[in-house]
Ligand binder design. Structure first.
Ligand SMILES: Nc1ncnc2c1ncn2[C@@H]1O[C@H](COP(=O)(O)OP(=O)(O)OP(=O)(O)O)[C@@H](O)[C@H]1O
Length: 339
């Protein structure tokens, strides 16, 4: 008899990850819940909200009858996310800690803990996003042997997993996942990718998960509140469709709205020239690129010109721009330039 698939789900104590774990249970997987403590200071009221969240995550595990673990990434969060956040501010840039946290904490520290320490076949989160893999294909990744060196880069190009926008466009979180490595993405299940938030709440209410229903919703960039990210950006950008053109045969592969030309510089950075002036650009923020509903990747904005900006080397996820074969495969394979 085949052993049950083991999925380790990141549980924040909120409704989304609670329902993600419930759905994985219903699919018949062996599920383990893990709460991450990333910040241990008290707030201005003397309350450490992480403790309450941890209790809520624990209760979810009790209700679902699954094992619970707690891990601390306070040091890693401070070194890799918060210090970067402060440094960027000092340089006068506008950082995006959520993108950096997803890259370094959830999809690196947590991912390795789940796979290496808990023996997970796959990880899961309550993010609203989808990938191009079915669950079974995700589980198969465990047994895929990756070649080394140059061949590994080609292998990565051929087997790149797509990060796709969620069905619920108000909740889509691919923007914040745009720096997640291919290694982590191909072992990840997003159980909520095809659902609306309303439906997720309904599932929670019907399954004794009332204690997580009342909680305040986090939207990544909390200051913008609940809104459709594309509509939000359209208040600042003039949409005008442009084309994606294949570098190999000059064929138009599709159209895009965010119109720009990407030029790969010799030092590995990318120069992005906007066709029209773009409002509210800020160094330190990430430029995230989409082709239809596929999130191609992103890069941190380093410098601004009158109509262009430079992206940091090695900040790209799979498929965003051409890359020399000697670069780390984590930064992903090449695609066509965006014109
Ligand atoms: N402290 C944490 N411990 C474990 N997992 C976490 C933690 N914070 C976030 N996550 C994971 O990342 C996902 C997205 O986090 P985000 O902060 O955007 O929360 P959210 O969309 O409000 O989700 P939730 O309702 O589960 O809190 C969560 O659904 C969960 O899987």
């Amino acid at each position: 008899m085949q052993a049950l698939r083991h999925v380790v789900c990141a549980l924040s104590g909120g409704v989304d990850s609670a329902v993600a774990a419930l759905l994985l249970r219903r699919r018949g997987y062996q599920v383990t819940g893990v709460f991450m403590k990333n910040w241990d200071s008290l707030d201005e009221h003397g309350v450490c909200t992480a403790d309450k969240d941890c209790e809520d995550a624990y209760r979810v595990c009790q209700i679902l009858d699954i094992p619970f673990h707690q891990v601390s990434y306070v040091k890693e969060y401070w070194n890799d996310v918060f210090s970067d956040f402060l440094n960027e501010y000092e340089k006068g840039r506008t950082p995006n800690p959520d993108i950096v946290c997803n890259k370094h904490i959830k999809f690196s520290c947590f991912f390795h803990y789940a796979v290496d320490n808990l023996g997970a076949d796959a990880i899961a989160t309550g993010h609203y996003a989808r990938t191009s893999l079915e669950d079974e294909e995700v589980f198969e990744q465990k047994h895929v042997k990756k070649p080394e060196g140059l061949f590994r880069n080609r292998f990565e190009v051929r087997n790149a997993v797509k990060l796709l926008q969620a069905a619920d466009s108000f909740k889509d979180q691919t923007f914040f996942l745009s720096q997640v490595s291919q290694d982590a993405l191909r072992r990840t299940i997003f159980p909520l990718g095809g659902l609306t938030k309303e439906f997720v709440k309904k599932i929670a209410a019907e399954n004794r998960l009332h204690h997580v229903l009342q909680k305040k919703e986090s939207m990544g960039m909390c200051f913008i509140g609940k809104r459709n990210f594309e509509h939000f950006l359209l208040q600042y950008l003039q949409p005008r469709p442009g084309h994606f053109i294949s570098i190999e045969d000059n064929k138009v592969l599709g159209t895009h709205k965010v119109p720009c030309v990407l030029t790969l510089n010799q030092d590995g950075t990318v120069w992005v020239t906007a066709v029209q002036a773009v409002r509210a650009l800020a160094t330190g923020q990430f430029a995230v690129f989409y082709k239809g509903d596929e999130c191609l990747g992103s890069g941190k904005i380093l410098r601004l010109g009158p109509s262009a900006y430079t992206l940091q080397k090695g900040q790209r996820r799979a498929g965003m721009a051409t890359e020399s074969p000697s670069d780390s495969p984590e930064d992903g394979p090449g695609l066509s330039p965006l014109l």
